[in-house]
Every structure is written in structure tokens, then in C-alpha cells.
Ligand binder design. Structure first.
Ligand SMILES: Nc1ncnc2c1ncn2[C@@H]1O[C@H](COP(=O)(O)OP(=O)(O)OP(=O)(O)O)[C@@H](O)[C@H]1O
Length: 213
């Protein structure tokens, strides 16, 4: 079976720094939730950026449904990101200049689709994750835990085939964490490959597979 997402002989270093990845190969299948663990600074977030086509590897390649992406143009990579990926950044990374709803609806913008077509799905997700805030609420007015759940709404709204999440339960209490973990599994059951970077042992335990960096 072709992996939804694969890293083949991936190498990467930031400028003159020591290599973070050398000849790293792995596969992520549709339907599974994989935890990526490892010590701080080991390169876990960097790996997610590579898998999410935001960084280009210095060697090797990332394949999406068997198709290599390293030599594609920036435009093609951006289009694949918008159409196929959902990304939860560490510390949410919401745009403070736009409302929470507009942050969640960002995918529509990148896909050049009608914002209106995504609004009811945004409402559903905000309700599901307990962040049904006022329509004009801005990221500066929400807690760290709320921001993290808003970031998850933003990642899920396009029903991505690949969901990449960096410490998605980092700021959450146990009951909110449970909702997030369930959402990761739901997206996997919908056919996504889900990759989660985490230091949270409870979350690791609830993933289908663990990959230590
Ligand atoms: N843009 C960048 N330019 C140069 N070095 C960077 C850059 N981003 C990260 N690094 C360095 O690369 C290394 C790996 O960082 P990364 O954030 O991928 O690690 P991590 O395993 O996710 O860490 P943590 O668990 O603390 O989040 C670190 O030494 C970091 O300082």
C-alpha cells in the first residue's frame, strides 16, 4: 500500500549548523496517528515543517501519495499545502490582526474557495472544541488553551488528508486534551495520516505508533 506521506532518505540542516536529519526514512499511512517524540532541540518541529512542505530538505524527498515534492515549484507546494494538509503549529501561531473566525477560515482563502462555504463547518468545529466565541473575538483575547483549540479548528476545517500537529495538547487540561486526542483519531478514521509531535506521555500512549527522533 502506498503511504499517504513518506520521507525518503531525508537530510536537513539549518545553514552552517550540525545536521538535524541524515538519511531519515519513514512512512505515515492513512488511518494512523503517529507520535513523534524526542528531546528538546532534536528537530521534531523541523521534521513537521519538512513533512508539511514548508521547508525544503537538503537531501532526500517527501512523497505525498507516492509523488515526490522536493523538486516542485513553490506554487505547487503551496497549493498542495492548502488542499491536502492541516497544520497545528506549536503555540497555535494565530494571526493577531484577524478575528478568530477569520483565522479558522484561512484555508478557504488559500484554496481560493468561497469563505461562506466554510462558515457553518467553522461554527461546528468551534462548538465541538468549546471555543464558540463572539464572532469578533481576536486571538489576543483568548487563553493559551483556547488558542490551541482554535488552531486545531483551523487545521481541520479543510478535512485534510494529512494532519500535522506540533504539541497540540501542550496548553490543555486533561478534559480538553481528550477532546483533541479524539479529534486526531476521528480525522485518521476519515482517511488522514496524522503525525503528532509531543512530549505528553498520555498523548503518546493514545497514538497508534511512536517514532522516536
Ligand atoms: N529557523 C531556524 N534557523 C536556525 N536554527 C533553527 C531554526 N529553527 C530551529 N533551529 C534549531 O534547530 C534545532 C531543532 O529545533 P526544533 O524546533 O526542530 O526542535 P524540537 O525537537 O521541535 O524542539 P522542542 O521539543 O524544544 O520544540 C534547535 O537547535 C533549534 O535551535
Amino acid at each position: 500500500m502506498t503511504a499517504r506521506l513518506a520521507a525518503r532518505a531525508l537530510s536537513f540542516r539549518y545553514d552552517a549548523a550540525e545536521p538535524l536529519l541524515e538519511n531519515w526514512t519513514s512512512e505515515f499511512h492513512a488511518g494512523e496517528v503517529v507520535a513523534v517524540t524526542g528531546p528538546s532541540g532534536r528537530g521534531k518541529s523541523t521534521l513537521l515543517y519538512l513533512l508539511g512542505l514548508m521547508l525544503k530538505p537538503s537531501g532526500g524527498e517527501v512523497l505525498l501519495d507516492g509523488q515526490p515534492f522536493h523538486s516542485r515549484s513553490d506554487r505547487e507546494r503551496a497549493s498542495a499545502r492548502a488542499m491536502r494538509f492541516g497544520f497545528v503549529f506549536q503555540d497555535a501561531a494565530l494571526d493577531p490582526s484577524r478575528t478568530v473566525l477569520d483565522n479558522i477560515l484561512e484555508t478557504a482563502l488559500y484554496r481560493r474557495e468561497r469563505r461562506q462555504d466554510f462558515v457553518s463547518r467553522a461554527d461546528e468545529l468551534m462548538e465541538q472544541f468549546g471555543v464558540a466565541l463572539r464572532k469578533d473575538a481576536r486571538p489576543g483575547q483568548v487563553s493559551g488553551g483556547q488558542a490551541q483549540r482554535i488552531a486545531l479548528c483551523r487545521a481541520l476545517i479543510g478535512d485534510p488528508g494529512v494532519l500535522l500537529a506540533d504539541e497540540p495538547t501542550g496548553n490543555l487540561d486533561p478534559s480538553s486534551s481528550e477532546i483533541v486526542v479524539e479529534a486526531l483519531h476521528t480525522q485518521a478514521r476519515r482517511g488522514a495520516a496524522v503525525v503528532v509531535v509531543t512530549h505528553d506521555p498520555v498523548l503518546v500512549e493514545q497514538c497508534d505508533r511512536r517514532l522516536a527522533l
